[in-house]
Write a protein that binds this ligand. Structure first.
Ligand SMILES: Nc1ncnc2c1ncn2[C@@H]1O[C@H](COP(=O)(O)OP(=O)(O)OP(=O)(O)O)[C@@H](O)[C@H]1O
Ligand SMILES: [Mg+2]
Length: 417
């Protein structure tokens, strides 16, 4: 970031809006948002850039607003990626602890990670994150940090998150078209989790759902590590679309109706109540029973949640997620969403808004900014992991896990493997 190296910027390119957030880390290590800009997004469908020119325009406009507010010039930013092309694999490696005292050292951890960091993915894909899923010591799973523990054998399981090169390249090109350098790309599910989940939830076991306009991003955490992720290319736009078709009203009016009157939970619906779904500006009245609106919305949301549930049931942690569901993203505000999710999943459900961040009320209390805030939070972790001294001056790279990004970005732009 030009002018002051303490600032950090993130751009969340969502299906319905682009938001640019500028943050600064205060003395007590707390992130403060000092400027943000949001602009309606065109050129994005189901989380994917389908028109680079349009996406760039939205990026430029959100960046300009954020720059004005933060009084900084943004020349680089962290960017979120999502889409149904995102996938992951787990890779496992084990070794005998070499030292005579059989105490695991940092060098052992670096070695086992680099051993497990050898895998192959299809040539059209690119690795986005390589994260430690768990360490295993003499067969005992779920170890978070093995350094200092006694062991005969040390194992590690990595979670390798990857995505298709083409959609990632489209995101990067949209940002570069706005004359902004991409510092790094970060999985949106990971970013939203960083913003809204508490350390206790991540430790005990929790499911994060970011239900946006075009996608539902999923992350599962156990023992403080992400163990599963998934992107369903369905979000609130489809609910509005169903309302638009079902009630024969324009999409924009369906959006309004959804936000004001729709309810996904039957117990909250008054069967006999009627809603004016007509065009108020044109003074055209048209009524629909609340129960009709409920039926449309409930069936779409139920379908969405059941699809997500099916995926999570297979992730191997279904029975050890005591903290239940945390739902964020704009569609988490749909009335009845939490209670419906609670009954479908059989788990407690709460709404997720950004935590441990200071700044404008509209950002820190708003689930539509979870990804943006999380991008900043995760970026700060990356910087710490890289042992950046005072932001910007690279002292020493850590084990090389986390990212090989500069190499990755130059390859992806040249279309190399
Ligand atoms: N009060 C509300 N009730 C119901 N839905 C709402 C409400 N407020 C916002 N939404 C819905 O939230 C969605 C936008 O959420 P969000 O800003 O998180 O999406 P996005 O980041 O643009 O898209 P995505 O992450 O899916 O690519 C829209 O479908 C919008 O209709
Ligand atoms: Mg989003």
């Amino acid at each position: 970031m030009a002018g002051n190296e303490n600032y950090i910027a993130a751009i969340d390119i969502g299906t319905t809006k682009v938001s640019t957030l500028v943050g600064v880390v205060k003395r007590d290590d707390v992130l403060e948002i000092i400027g943000y800009g949001t602009s309606p997004c065109r050129g994005i469908k189901k989380g994917l850039v389908v028109d680079v020119g349009e996406a760039t325009k939205s990026i430029v406009s959100s960046v300009e607003i954020a720059e004005k507010e933060a009084k900084v010039f943004i020349d680089s930013a962290y960017i979120g990626v999502t889409g149904k092309h995102i996938s992951f694999l787990s890779n496992w490696s084990e070794m005998v602890v070499a030292s005579p005292d059989k105490v695991v050292k940092k060098t052992d951890v670096d070695r086992i990670i680099s051993m497990a960091n050898k895998f192959s993915i299809p040539s059209q894909y690119r690795v986005i994150h390589t994260l430690v899923k768990q360490f295993v010591i003499d067969g005992e799973e779920g170890i978070e940090d093995p350094v200092g523990l006694s062991a005969e054998k040390l194992g590690v399981e990595l979670l390798v998150i990857y995505g298709s090169a083409m959609p990632i390249r489209n995101v990067i090109n949209s940002v570069r078209g706005a004359n902004i350098e991409v510092e790094d790309i970060i999985l949106e599910a990971l970013a939203s989790s960083e913003a809204v989940l508490t350390p206790e939830e991540k430790e005990s076991g929790v499911v994060l759902l970011d239900v946006g306009g075009g996608t539902t991003d999923v992350a599962v955490y156990k023992n403080n590590k992400m163990v599963f992720t998934y992107c369903l290319p369905v979000g609130g736009n489809l609910i509005s679309n169903d309302i638009s078709i079902g009630l024969n009203i324009p999409f924009s009016r369906a959006e309004e109706i959804k936000k004001k009157f729709a309810n996904a939970d039957y117990s909250l619906v008054d069967n006999l109540n009627k809603v004016n779904v007509g065009d108020i500006e044109l003074d055209r009245n048209k009524t629909a029973l609340s129960i009709r609106l409920y039926t449309i919305v409930n069936s779409r949301v139920k379908e969405l949640l059941e699809l997500v549930k099916k995926q999570i049931e297979n992730c191997g942690f279904w029975y050890s997620l005591p903290c239940g569901l945390v739902i964020t993203g704009g569609s988490s505000q749909l009335k009845g969403m939490l209670s419906l999710a609670n009954s479908i999943f059989g788990m407690p459900a709460r709404m997720g808004i950004p935590v441990d961040v200071e700044g404008p009320f509209d950002v820190v209390n708003n689930p539509i900014y979870s990804t943006g805030v999380g991008l900043l939070k995760y970026a700060l972790q990356l910087k710490k992991a890289e042992n950046l001294n005072q932001f910007g001056r690279r002292v020493r790279r850590s084990s090389g896990i986390m990212d090989k990004f500069k190499e990755f970005i130059s390859k992806i732009l040249k279309n190399e493997d």
